[in-house]
Every structure is written in structure tokens, then in C-alpha cells.
Design a protein around this ligand. Structure first.
Ligand code: MN
Length: 151
């Protein structure tokens, strides 16, 4: 057993592979990497670190499993249900079950820890009708369009 030390500004760890967020083309996203920090079959939770590049974004999705998120680096915005939250280092965000969510970086890399169930359901993407329903809220429409101005 040994410690895995951070390097490169704290956003990488020794012997932790930096992986793609998800398969390219499987869902809309831009400039997101994923590192699995803790993954023990004897433990029900898994801890990952995601980093979103400047102006990048995670997939708009929902699923039965919740997310427990802590921001480690940078600033960003997060849609959780009908709420748009401005996030900075050490902020905590809970994404409840079956709640639409998306993370967006501002003008710098935005990194966060995310705890999930090891065994979890696949994310659902919004249908055209569900997306239209979300966009009836103009703030959410602006968020999803990538227009962070005025938030
Ligand atoms: Mn998710």
C-alpha cells in the first residue's frame, strides 16, 4: 500500500490513468476527462475526478444513482433540476436521483470529485420533448446554449 501523490498542479495523481469521459459520439459533451481515484469491489461507492476544460461541458443527463460532488479546482456552473448554481473550489453539490444535470466550465479548467455507486444505472439523455420542456425556462435555455452571460 502506498500513497498516490498529486502532480501537475494537483489535478493528476501518480499511477492514476486519465481517461476519456465517455465514448466519443455516444452523447454530447466537450473537453471532459475522467480519473477513477478509488474503486474497491468491497466498497459500494466509487470516487472519480472529472476535469472540464475552459468552455467545456459534461453531458446533460439523468439517472437513478445520485452524485455527491466537491469542486477541487476552478470555477463553473451546474444545472441541477431547475437550478443553475455557480460553483467554486470546495463547493459541495448533491445531484439527486433522476434529476437533469450538466456541468460547464467558465474560462479555466474546472475540476471536481464525484462519488457514485459502483453498481449504477446508465445515464438517460433527454428526448426532444424533454429538452423542449427544460428550455421553456429561459435561464435553462441560455445555460444549455452555452451562454453564461448574465448568470
Ligand atoms: Mn451524471
Amino acid at each position: 500500500m502506498k500513497a498516490h501523490r498529486p502532480h501537475r498542479g494537483g489535478a493528476r495523481w501518480e499511477e492514476v490513468e486519465r481517461m476519456r469521459y465517455k465514448e466519443e459520439g455516444s452523447a454530447p459533451f466537450r473537453d471532459v476527462s475522467r480519473q477513477v481515484l478509488f474503486d474497491d469491489p468491497a466498497q459500494a461507492a466509487q470516487l472519480r475526478y472529472f476535469e472540464v476544460g475552459p468552455r467545456g461541458f459534461s453531458t446533460l443527463e439523468r439517472h437513478v444513482h445520485p452524485h455527491a460532488v466537491m469542486v477541487l479546482r476552478g470555477r463553473g456552473l451546474c444545472l441541477v433540476g431547475e437550478e443553475i448554481l455557480e460553483l467554486a473550489t470546495h463547493d459541495l453539490v448533491h445531484v439527486p436521483a433522476l434529476t437533469w444535470h450538466q456541468f460547464r466550465a467558465l474560462d479555466e479548467p474546472f475540476g471536481f470529485l464525484c462519488m457514485v455507486d459502483r453498481e449504477r444505472d446508465k445515464p438517460q439523455l433527454p428526448s426532444a420533448a424533454e429538452l423542449a420542456e427544460l428550455c421553456r425556462n429561459p435561464r435553462i435555455a441560455a445555460f444549455l446554449a452555452g451562454d453564461a452571460i448574465g448568470l
